[in-house]
Design a protein around this ligand. Structure first.
Ligand code: TMP
Length: 224
């Protein structure tokens, strides 16, 4: 049962999985269907959140403890939830969010091997209980993701400097969460061509938005 008139979609995945470059295209395709769409990213998305992002991703902050790291992500999250996400959801927007609370479970929980229940408690506090209506995981072998980042000369930050087994645990954590809640989560194979990933993302979101009553089904149009 949705709590807000809008619809909250999150995209998740490891480094270099391609979600960040796909989001603007997905947003554009949904806007062409007449929907009000907002795209945001985490950490960040607000002035305060972007300042926290700088601290979190600064490669010089090598001494940052995983608990401090976890709390900083939650501080950025609490701000975006209250300042942006809930107000827009109340206005009926479709929100496409590049990462959300599941990133904390995957990276700080599974990656750093911290207590998952404790982190869930922090997440509930930070989000005030806001949960995505749909989460799409773009699954990719972390080695391939890292190679893509190298080839594309993508931005590297403090979170890109963990040992390889960290990213393996992140991937396994994501797949575990997706398997445990197949109603909220959908998994896409990140090895596919970008255009195929776009088509899949659009089909998944359209399907959900038809069920939620945001888009009219083409079948229903034909019946008339
Ligand atoms: P990105 O914007 O390039 O995806 O970078 C975000 C980085 O921050 C990425 O390495 C994942 C990490 N991250 C966490 O570790 N925990 C979180 O809760 C979030 C939102 C991101």
């Amino acid at each position: 049962m949705r709590k807000y008139p809008g619809y909250f979609i999150t995209l998740e995945g490891g480094e270099g999985c391609g979600k960040t470059s796909r989001i603007p295209h997905l947003a554009e395709s949904l806007r062409q269907k007449g929907l009000d769409v907002m795209t945001v990213r985490e950490p960040g998305g607000t002035s305060i959140g972007e300042q926290i992002r700088i601290v979190l991703h600064d490669g010089n902050n090598t001494e940052m403890h995983p608990r401090a790291e976890t709390l900083l992500y939650q501080a950025s999250r609490a701000q975006i939830v209250e300042q942006l996400l809930i107000p827009r959801l109340n206005e009926g927007y479709i929100i496409l969010c590049d990462r959300f609370a599941d990133s904390t479970l995957a990276y700080q929980g599974f990656g750093h091997q911290r207590d998952i229940q404790e982190i869930k408690t922090l997440i509930t506090y930070a989000t005030g209980g806001l949960t995505p209506d749909l989460t799409i995981l773009i699954d990719l072998d972390p080695e391939i993701g890292a190679e893509r980042k190298r080839i594309n000369n993508s931005e590297w930050n403090r979170m890109d400097r963990m040992p390889p087994d960290f990213y393996e645990r992140v991937r396994e954590g994501y797949l575990k969460m997706a398997a445990e809640d197949p109603i909220r989560w959908v998994v896409i194979d990140g090895n596919k061509y970008p255009l195929d990933i776009h088509t899949e993302l659009l089909n998944i979101t359209e399907g959900r938005l038809i069920i939620a009553g945001f888009i009219e089904s083409s079948l229903r149009r034909i019946e008339r």
